[in-house]
Design a protein around this ligand. Sequence first.
Ligand SMILES: [Zn+2]
Length: 305
Amino acid sequence: MQKNKIALSFDVEDWYHTPAISGSSFAKYPTIEDFFADWKGKIDCLSDGFFNLINLLDKHEIKATFFIVADVIERYPEIVDALKKRNHEIQCHSLHHVSAIDSKTKKEYQSQELWEKELVEAKQIIEKTFNTPIYGYRAPGAYFANWMVDILERNGFKYDSSVAYNSLYNKTNVTLNNIPTIPYFINPQDLSNKTPHAGLVELPWSYLKVSKYILPAAGAFFYRLLGNRYFNLVINQCLKNGDTMFYMHPLDFSNEKIPLTSNKTRPAYWINMGDTTLKRFEKFLIKYKQNITTCDEVYTRHLTK
Ligand SMILES: [Zn+2]
């Protein structure tokens, strides 16, 4: 267990990128352009959380992977500068954080052609900005379709980290079976680890198995909700099986008051943010420091197994 690794990753996006606000079949604003055309309130809740996080990683000398939404780059130059000064791995979290499949029907919310066009544009922007090859992908909202596998491969992506077997509901367009917690070569039909074709490697989201039940984990919302006691069980179980993945958002560590876009009550998403989560997460980092590494290292370890 000691030698197995945790791919530590962060999805760099702001509050208005989340599927309830923009870019999904159930968003208040269908696109990010609609959001910016209409929204007159506070925009930046990301920088505060990002710098809380990056300082914590500096303090503990931990290197991780940052999946970046490409449109963050032009709006948050201080974040780009801070990442350039450090040695973290940079990868791709889409152009505008659009959930590409409809949450209910699982049909395309974005056409495959548009999805590919935005993927390529995001890859180019991030590569140019950070002067580094981009070959790792995480799907916004973990909405991942089997048709994405071929497109990712033909555009030079080597690994993906989006398949969430553990979610409260299925976020893919196939019936998920045989999804492990360890990295695997992904089957382009059913996204499983059966009959792999030695192409794209999947770093799946972690989960906790209790008899026949599979409980959600992976990090972020569930981490803020359930805390270290639960996640120690998850991570310990996953590390017994092999390498695993854990993720958060810089936004999870923000003390800013996240705006509401309507008179409705605050979405459950926003619970336990800021210093509460930062303190909790520092304990997690200390406990698992020997296991924590980047997605790239976990991907490379899979290739050499
Ligand atoms: Zn995201």
